[in-house]
Design a protein around this ligand. Structure first.
Ligand SMILES: Cc1cc2nc3c(=O)[nH]c(=O)nc-3n(C[C@H](O)[C@H](O)[C@H](O)COP(=O)(O)O)c2cc1C
Length: 185
């Protein structure tokens, strides 16, 4: 498959088979991520692999977050938690914050985004499905996730990548023609 074909076939996969992701494949995902472009080769990312007992603790945080956020919608809390519970693997990605250097910190976030995309494409190649989550059970903007990771203050959570073997077909998405999104100067 060409790189362009892989890019176009990548989908946000949100439902997974009840099957663990093999350790060998987790290593492949992490390795692919580290080959992402990054300014001045700062390699400004860190990957937290969350599964098993650690994922149970992630779920406990998500439950608290959801119950606080949707106190009158227990069905929504339950549904969202079910998605997390049925996800075999979560990889949380952080970007290094460079103290006193906003521009470099921003560039580090872009690099971490590229790393997530690399991981996402590699998941597709390995027959896995993935989705980058920031909202809701992604917990990317919840301080409790930071505490759970035990990560230093100078690391910003960029997203939680949910990964597993796809359960069923993932509906296609579409894109507007690039002509609508480009200006040739
Ligand atoms: C920065 C970023 C944050 C995202 N956050 C979420 C999220 O919180 N929950 C979710 O279900 N999908 C999330 N997504 C996935 C998008 O919703 C998905 O890529 C979009 O619907 C297009 O689908 P496709 O990737 O299959 O083409 C996120 C994607 C990006 C790039």
């Amino acid at each position: 498959m060409s790189a362009t074909e892989l890019l176009k076939s990548r989908r946000a996969v949100r439902a997974y088979e009840p099957r663990e992701v093999e350790e060998e494949n987790i290593h492949k995902l992490l390795e692919a991520a580290t080959w992402a472009p990054n300014d001045r080769l700062r390699e400004p990312w860190h990957f937290y692999v969350v599964r098993g007992e650690a994922k149970a603790r992630f779920e406990a945080i998500a439950r608290t977050f959801l119950e606080e956020r949707f106190p009158t919608k227990p069905h929504l809390v339950k549904e969202s938690l079910h998605v997390l519970e049925s996800t075999p693997l979560v990889i949380v990605v952080t970007a290094d914050i460079v103290p006193g250097d906003e521009a470099s910190s921003e560039d580090n976030e872009y690099a971490a985004a590229c790393a997530i995309h690399s991981m996402w494409l590699t998941a597709q190649e390995l027959g896995l499905g993935a989705v980058w989550r920031t909202r809701g059970i992604g917990l990317a903007r919840d301080e409790r996730l930071h505490a759970f990771l035990g990560s230093p203050e100078n690391r910003k959570v960029i997203g939680s990548v949910f990964i597993g073997y796809p359960a069923g077909d993932t509906p296609p998405t579409s894109r507007k023609p690039y002509q609508e999104k480009s200006t040739w100067l």
